[in-house]
Design a protein around this ligand. Sequence first.
Ligand SMILES: Cc1cc2nc3c(=O)[nH]c(=O)nc-3n(C[C@H](O)[C@H](O)[C@H](O)COP(=O)(O)O)c2cc1C
Length: 359
Amino acid sequence: MTGADPLATSLAGVQFANPVWVGSSELTMTREGILACLGAGAGAVIAKSVNESEAARRQLDIADYAFLDDRRARVPAAAADRSAALLNRSGLVQQSLEDWLAVLEEGRRAADRLGSVLIGSITTGDPAAAPEIVRALSSVTGHVEVNVGAPHAREAAGGAVTQLTSGEGLRELVSRVRPVCDGLLLLKLPDAGPLTPSLVEAARSAGADAVVLTGRQHGFLPDIETLDPQLGSWGAYSSPAALPMSLYAVSKAFVQTGGELPLVGTNGARDAADVLRFVLSGARAVELVTALWIEGPAYVSTLLRDLERLLAGIPAAGLEQVVGASVARSRAYADVEPVVPPARPWARWLEQADPPGRA
Ligand SMILES: Cc1cc2nc3c(=O)[nH]c(=O)nc-3n(C[C@H](O)[C@H](O)[C@H](O)COP(=O)(O)O)c2cc1C
């Protein structure tokens, strides 16, 4: 039990005040945004991603963001609530790397003052260019997150953003950036379905300190009146409905690595209960973006207050004591007892005295 500090968490020996982290996004793309997120009390803030590609920078000029209500209608950002999904196109930081490092420097000093942590981020374009960028980011922030799972990769101009889905390619990349990262090296992976375990293993064996699961899914949504797809293209999709899929990836990685590789959750958390669900599935921290766009960075303090209250309701639990607790209670199908009486939710249509369709 962590006593006075129930929200404290750690990854590979690095301490964080709490597990509520702000994910890399437009919210963390400016000096003001980074300072606002740090000031709101986040345990860590992941800066917006950079890479070497001019096309990835230009892609920000065509960024668009469709907030969708539960009937899949586009709503203005100001009218969206936390049940909204977000389909978007986005690009990367447009400043030169030198100017961006100056922004990060100011952010890191603020983080030090506030007891938080600023983490630099790269979304890979040309993997060969990654080591120099990781070295530069790490010289300012120490810790670096490498995103190899950006869902924009398939739509982006050639080479602007690369999604790595082979263990071999990932192992090669990690082994080249590991030596030039002085702090934590976090690998943000795509939801690659049955391939995800091989990516987790490649990241771990090549020396990543932590794995972030999972990047968002790809999305496509026709408007049934205009017939145009939302955004006029494909996009990256974030939704509260994605949460169980993200928890699946985290919990399976927790089993796979025996709880020894630190995991960070992302994709689908909208409130403190969701943050706790990530932790119970094996994550030591959670990166949120969409909920903080909807509510504003100050929502971090609500998340922290609610999370502390939820943890207080679990006997003898500080956060670190419940990491993976639900995984430990989960069984393979072969070990599950028969359900008594049998679950037959489909049968109500067939057991009526006069079921619809009977001649
Ligand atoms: C508009 C937008 C821009 C994003 N940009 C980046 C990025 O540059 N690099 C990155 O690693 N992740 C990026 N992400 C992914 C987020 O960091 C986060 O993992 C994702 O939104 C899932 O979390 P959520 O459900 O809380 O939104 C972006 C997400 C959004 C919505």
